[in-house]
Ligand binder design. Sequence first.
Ligand code: FES
Length: 86
Amino acid sequence: MKKSKIKVRICLGTACFVQGGADLLLYNDFVDPAILAVCDIEGCPCLGECRVGNGSAPYVEIDGKIYDGVNQDLFCKLLAEAVKNA
Ligand code: FES
């Protein structure tokens, strides 16, 4: 059976977009292509985390788990970790 891809959602709500979410959308420029091949990455509307206040924007969801304060470096690390643990 074919393994499903890792689901990645980059929050593109206003708070996240202006605090770095827009930079994460350029993932094709800075994420290893081998990692991209096994991930299904999409932008999404506000994940609701900015209203809860646990952490800081931008927020990213990877296979259902929320991460905050994600910059490009952290995004690469989180994806590599997710791929390793898949
Ligand atoms: S704008 Fe990203 S969690 Fe609300």
